[in-house]
Unconditional design. Structure first.
Length: 496
């Protein structure tokens, strides 16, 4: 930004200052404007604004006016030294009509630069009670002394400068926080992986991002379907509009309906106010329908109507509301099978499935394991505050051997647990809540009776579930939907 020409009447410039002060386009320029205006109003010979550096306890010149301004600006003053140092230390204004009679005067600067000084007025600048610097003026242009009236004007200007500095600091702080937050979020939503299969997925995601094409994301649990949906949203023109996520499995049918479509006040008992549904909230942006395979036939029919007509009714509403949404859906079910077997509407499937992206499971892209493990390590060790923590080679081998039925989510959880439970230097194999069982079904050779094979499977499957619950039998029993006592019997039977 170029230097601003300082002209116009003091009043006009005061007005300019006050409009600037909240926006703080350029703090240095604003401070210059403030001090220059103050100097002119008081017809002072020179003036300066000094900032206090709390760490070094020194005052340095931020802005100066007067014929020697370029020289004076090179100086630094200790807190407590000279008149400016005194004012900064005590936090009280000071008016000295004759500096030669005041022992606090630090005359070196004036003498070295050859600037004759008789009187000085100096006032502190403070933000929320903390001294941040001082503002001072030296002599009047006509040789007369600085008056109490001048002190009042100086105080007004030093308050203006304090406000400007405080605003600028707040703005910078918010900017910095924003930046930190963005970096943090960026890291959380980054898709890690260099395997060919994942690269194909990402390149497909970028291709569809720019269109409104409905996209269906398939893949096992924990493979990153939601992460990919977020990428598609962020990479396209709708990124400044909302991405609304709705997990279709999380609600019973009637609730899902009001979640999706919203309702009018009084449409049912308990509807005391109007509530907007996710479809409406996603207007202009993206609606991510997670676990779409769990949607009931009645809801499927309603959703189909929205997709065909681009409009819907709130529950209890009579006016159709049209929306512009992009729909991404995801499921870990074999949805084409659901269609053939009549559990999922074919017409809706075709609407959702214009482009299909299948997330590879982690066991299909084992070469990404080290990258992913280190990515999660860097996140969790930062949270724990152990920057030196590494993954030992043996632990990495164990991770590479394991077949990760819970995919990336399981890997992330495993690393998190190892970081929390292990020591601060390295993650050892025993810190990982996994055991390198042979890949699922790998040793299911022919030649066993069906009962033997089933027993073998049961044993491994129970073992695996116990690992994922860290040995908690109640939790495992819940997942397996069996009685805890029955599970205990099986554990004994299989010698687990
Ligand atoms: N490629 C990846 N890079 C980094 N993190 C990933 C990756 N894939 C998945 N994750 C992380 O793994 C976890 C699970 O991912 P996400 O929720 O997207 O999976 P999902 O396929 O939607 O699973 P589910 O079917 O169980 O809902 C998240 O914490 C996500 O950030
Ligand atoms: Mg998900």
């Amino acid at each position: 930004m170029g230097k601003r020409k300082l002209n116009g009447s003091p009043v006009a410039r005061m007005r300019e200052i006050s409009t600037w002060i909240s926006s703080v386009l350029d703090l240095d320029e604003l401070l210059e404007l403030i001090i220059d205006t103050a100097t002119r109003m008081m017809e002072a010979k020179a003036s300066s604004l000094l900032m206090l550096d709390h760490s070094t306890k020194k005052l340095y010149f931020k802005v100066a006016t007067g014929e020697k301004k370029d020289e004076v600006i090179k100086y630094e003053i200790d807190l407590g030294q000279g008149i400016a140092g005194y004012v900064a230390e005590k936090g009280e204004p000071l008016l000295i009509p004759d500096v030669s009679k005041d022992p606090r005067w630090y005359k070196q600067i004036s003498e070295t630069i050859g600037f004759e000084t008789h009187s000085i007025a100096c006032v502190p600048m403070a933000v929320e009670g903390d001294i941040i610097g001082v503002m001072e003026i030296i002599d009047k242009e006509d040789g007369s002394s600085i008056t109490e009236e001048d002190m009042k004007i100086l105080t007004v200007f030093s308050d203006l400068a304090s406000t400007a500095i405080s605003n600028a600091r707040k703005i910078n702080q918010v900017k910095q926080e924003n930046k930190d937050l963005k970096e943090e979020l960026g890291k959380r939503y980054q898709i890690i992986g260099e395997s060919i299969s994942l690269q194909h997925v990402i390149s497909d995601a970028y291709k569809v991002a720019n269109s409104k094409t409905s996209t269906l994301i398939l893949g096992d649990s924990g493979t990153g379907k939601e992460l990919l949906a977020r990428l598609i949203h962020r990479a396209g023109p709708r990124k400044y509009k909302p991405l609304i996520v709705l997990n279709c499995a999380a609600f019973p049918e009637t609730l899902l309906e009001s979640e999706l479509f919203g309702y009018e006040k009084g449409s049912f008992t308990g509807a005391v106010t109007r509530k907007l549904g996710k479809i409406e909230l996603a207007d202009g942006g993206t609606l991510f329908l997670d676990e779409i395979g769990e949607m009931s036939p009645a809801m499927q029919a309603k959703m189909l109507r929205v997709m065909q007509e681009g409009a819907f009714y709130r529950v209890g509403g009579r006016v159709p509301i049209s929306v512009d949404i992009r729909i991404i859906s995801a499921t870990n079910r074999e949805i084409s099978l659901e269609v053939t077997e009549g559990r999922f509407r074919e017409d809706l499937y075709y609407r959702l499935n214009v482009v299909q992206i299948r997330m590879p499971s982690l066991r299909e892209r084992k070469d990404d394991i080290p990258l992913l493990a280190n990515h999660f390590l860097s996140i969790f060790k930062q949270e724990k505050g152990t920057p030196e923590l590494k993954i030992s080679d043996t632990a990495m081998e164990k991770m590479l051997e394991y077949d990760w039925p819970g995919n990336v989510r399981e890997l992330s959880n495993a690393v998190e647990r190892a970081v929390v439970m292990g020591n601060d230097e390295e993650i050892r194999p025993e810190d990982l809540p996994i055991s390198a069982l042979p890949s699922q079904n790998a040793n299911m050779n022919v030649g066993m009776t069906l009962k033997q094979a089933v027993d073998r499977f049961k044993k491994e499957y129970i073992e695996r579930n116990l690992q994922s619950t860290q040995g908690n039998r109640s939790k495992a029993a819940k997942i397996l939907e069996v009685q805890r006592t029955y599970l205990s019997r099986l554990i004994t039977k299989y010698g687990l």
